[in-house]
Design a protein around this ligand. Structure first.
Ligand SMILES: [Zn+2]
Length: 136
């Protein structure tokens, strides 16, 4: 068993291995597999195969720099998507007490108390005053 481990270690030396994009692709392919169990689509099974081949290719790839760049792009996109989802959830949770508006100067999201009418708001990021209307 030890020799197999040594062989595997020697084989994986200089190769990229596993990262967050790998786990995301694994979860995506699993979800598609579960969906395909109900739908029975050949296109979906081809997509799953492409994802699995891509996963293996990335793990065994020796172009580490390129794989790290792909992973960084994925993490950036994932964090962007996660922040949008969390903001949407927060907006729904606070729909009775607060309203969200973008600052016209720096585009930061501002959380305003739900009071009907025009308000002068100072943005905490850019310190600019702007008039905003809250519609209930
Ligand atoms: Zn601002």
């Amino acid at each position: 068993m030890g020799s197999f481990r040594d062989k595997l270690t020697r084989f994986m030396y200089g190769r990229y291995g596993i990262d967050k994009l790998y786990y995301a692709l694994a979860i995506l392919s699993f979800v598609l597999l579960v969906i395909n169990a109900f739908v029975h689509s050949s296109i979906l099974s081809i997509i799953v195969w492409i994802i699995l081949i891509l996963m293996i290719y990335r793990v065994l790839s020796k172009n580490i720099y390129k794989r790290q760049k792909e992973n960084a792009i994925f993490i950036k996109a994932w964090n962007w998507l996660k922040s949008k989802i969390l903001l949407a959830v927060r907006r729904i949770k606070e729909i009775r007490t607060h309203r969200y508006h973008r600052c016209p100067h720096c585009k930061a999201m501002l959380r305003l108390p739900r009071k009907r009418g025009k308000h002068t708001v100072q943005c905490p990021r850019c310190k600019e005053d702007s008039k905003m209307r809250v519609i209930i």
